[in-house]
Design a protein around this ligand. Structure first.
Ligand code: FNR
Length: 360
């Protein structure tokens, strides 16, 4: 498939904004209530500077990694996104196919079309994981877990930061339907550690908890045999006035150590952001809104192009840090720094407002 000629990430953002209607754009970029958590995700990343090392022969930079026994071209997972079919006709299948084509991991949301079987068929060779929102009792959850295993998903992820659906005021203000009542939501509020214990006891598939935001809960997760910790504040879409994801990572990485892999998401938009997460102890970075933007801009090819641009940014960043491989990177490459902006939603793309014709 020929990739569209996007030369920078902000060109993809611009194209997505042109193609999406106002409701869908706001649904993607918005967050809960005051959107403070959304901005803190960006601010937390912008509050870290690099400490580069030089003269180390960086002629062999390799940003690939291994995860769940598989080779990945970048340490990236396409985060679970509900309703992708609103932004790209093939929905979750387009994202999974992009993951397969480029070589990153994919996590399918249980509220994304065309559903877990069709997505498995569309991208049989992708490293696919399945994220579940609880919409029924223990038997319902177990049946969904069994279906995911039968369809070849490599891990099961429970999202645990959504006991209540937040007030997304961009949607509410416009009477956009997504914030209305949703059936069976109460099951999500009833989830407890006993459900985690039951799933671990019943199913051999690796279990991930998404939405861990404290060292205490990371420790409890390990005590319950959880196989991976997914550090997330849901992209600032759930609890308002939470900490930025990159602020959460150090305390959780310290609690978890090297015992299980850590996935992190929330505001990761540029190659440098991803490098910061790996230096701080994450194994994989989730892309939420950036995935929506790639798909909205150009479907599967748009998302593949977005990943290519991230790869280029990451390769250059690693080389300029004096690092050839992820194993050489650690916290000594990071340093606290005053952010240069206020963490606005699109702060990672300062050239968005620029008229490109002025370059010609
Ligand atoms: C989400 N997210 C999400 N998470 C989840 O566990 N299940 C889901 O169905 C969804 N749906 C969803 C829809 C949309 C439009 C967005 C933007 C996000 C949260 C997602 O997986 C991830 O945690 C955040 O998006 C990460 O933050 P960034 O990368 O968007 O800043």
């Amino acid at each position: 498939m020929t990739a569209p000629p996007f030369l920078t990430l902000h060109e993809l953002v611009k194209k997505a904004r042109q193609k999406l209607n106002h409701d869908n754009w706001d649904y993607i970029v918005g967050g809960a209530e005051t959107e403070t958590t959304v901005r803190r995700n960006r601010l937390a990343l912008d509050s870290i500077a690099f400490r580069p090392r030089v003269l180390r022969d960086v002629s062999r930079v390799d940003p690939s990694t291994r995860f769940l026994g598989r080779a990945l071209r970048l340490p990236i997972v396409l985060a679970p996104i509900g309703g992708l079919e609103l932004f790209a006709p093939e929905g979750g299948a387009a994202a999974a196919k992009a993951a397969q084509e480029f070589g990153v991991a994919h996590m399918l949301s249980s509220v994304c079309e065309p559903g877990l079987d069709a997505v498995a068929q569309a991208a049989p060779a992708a490293l696919r994981m399945f994220q579940l929102y609880t919409r029924g009792d223990g038997d319902w959850v177990d049946a969904m877990a069994a279906r995911a295993i039968a369809a070849g998903y490599a891990a099961l992820c429970l999202t645990v930061d959504t006991a209540y659906y937040s007030r997304r005021e961009r949607d509410l203000a416009k009477r956009h339907s997504r914030s209305g009542p949703m059936p069976q939501r109460e099951f999500q509020a009833r989830l407890s550690w006993s459900d985690v214990a039951r799933l671990k006891a019943k199913f051999a598939i690796p279990l991930i908890l998404k939405g861990i935001a404290t060292a205490e809960d990371a420790t409890l997760a390990l005590e319950h045999g959880v196989d991976m910790i997914y550090v997330s504040n849901h992209g600032g879409r759930q609890l308002d006035h939470g900490r930025g994801a990159m602020e959460l990572l150090p305390e959780i990485a310290a609690a978890v150590g090297a015992r299980v892999p850590i996935i992190v998401d929330g505001g990761f938009s540029r190659g440098t952001d991803i490098v910061k997460a790996l230096a701080a102890g994450a194994s994989l970075v989730g892309l939420g809104r950036m995935q929506c933007i790639g798909l909205a801009a150009g479907g599967q090819a748009g998302l593949v192009r977005l990943l290519e641009l991230l790869e280029e940014e990451i390769r250059i960043c690693l080389g300029l840090l004096g690092v050839n491989a992820w194993a050489e990177l650690d916290r000594s490459y990071l340093h606290p720094a005053p952010p240069v902006g206020a963490g606005d939603t699109l702060a990672a793309f300062p050239l968005l407002a620029l008229d490109e014709r002025s370059f010609y």
